[in-house]
Design a protein around this ligand. Sequence first.
Ligand code: PMP
Ligand code: GLN
Length: 394
Amino acid sequence: MMDGRAHPRLRGFGTSVFTEMSRLAIEHGAVNLGQGFPDFEGPDFVKEAAKAAIDSGRNQYAPSHGVPRLRAAIAASWTQDTGREVDPESEVTVTSGATEALFDAVQAFLGPGDEVVAFEPFYDAYPAAAALAGGRLRPVTLRPPGWSFDPEELVAAFGPRTRVLLLNTPHNPTGKVFRRDELSVIADLCRERDVVVLSDEVYDRIVFEGAVHVSPATLPGMWDRTLVINSTGKTFSLTGWKVGYAVGPAPLQTALRAVHQFVTFATATPFQEAFATALEVAPGLGYYDRLREEYTARRERLRTVLEEVGLRTLPVAGAYFLLAEVAGHGFRDDVAFCRYLTTEVGVAAVPPSAFYADPNLAPLLARFCFAKKTETLRKAAERLRRLPPQPGGV
Ligand code: PMP
Ligand code: GLN
């Protein structure tokens, strides 16, 4: 229970759904397909680079905005992908994970009473970051099966206090990859209302057949108002290293850095060095293509498992989650279903209602992570076969 002296701003932000479901999974010995992290090792060439950095004495504070070699590698990678030259000194900042970059940016641009527009379902850190800045999140709902939004609802969410729009593409938990025409509608509005865009693109390398990842920063007139936030943890399957970064114009970076210097000051030096190596050599090794192929195979493995036990899955274009329809299993809501699945069936999933402003409006779905080894998915399959078609839950 939280201390009664804690500020009321913290109300409603007790323990994250990921911590809760992982704890329940451990308690019940469940196969954890809940919290999004790979249960396989990241690439040896990146791990070796971290060890070498430690052994060669790269162990003191890094410059606050990031080690030069990593910033240069991020800038080069951005230029490679988008054709735009980026200044590594003023247009790239390294943070302790994407979470820190998002938090810093929200604190930098939002004050008490200000508003952030974000598409719902949204990653749980977004409303928390807005609330801690004294601001408020205005959701615009994405609706299945295509997870499209109503442009009129988007316009209606903008008000005189809107300072920031938070976008996530590829999207967690739906797997949606925003199309260029959708991004244009968003971009027009943000330009018109002079709103800063924080674009969370942590799954940019995990996109599937036919889908193309487009950053809103690459749309006409958008560079100057967009911070693109990314995380090397997803791309290189090393989520525990927590190295993230923001790419964007110098004035927005200056604001972000003003917060970053007092939140963490700097990010772990040897891991920054290792990720510099990772970004430098990955394209030449065909690493990104292989990552996509492997995730496509993992997605299909999990899809087959879920469909076999009567859990119909929704199509996904990116990221590493599948949403399955759980209506018809007799549960009141997704939380009851996911708790039952974890404690009685032995497979943990995440209830997507945790990603909604009003959890009662969430469709009845469960989120399963497929960043898992084949043997983990096989074990999950064995257990899921115990799931009765109509378990008659509460
Ligand atoms: N944004 C989204 C959409 C995520 O799913 C996650 C977590 N995996 C993050 C941000 C956080 O990334 P990091 O671990 O680098 O803080
Ligand atoms: N992003 C991961 C997910 O969506 C979890 C990260 C975390 O535990 N905060 O599952």
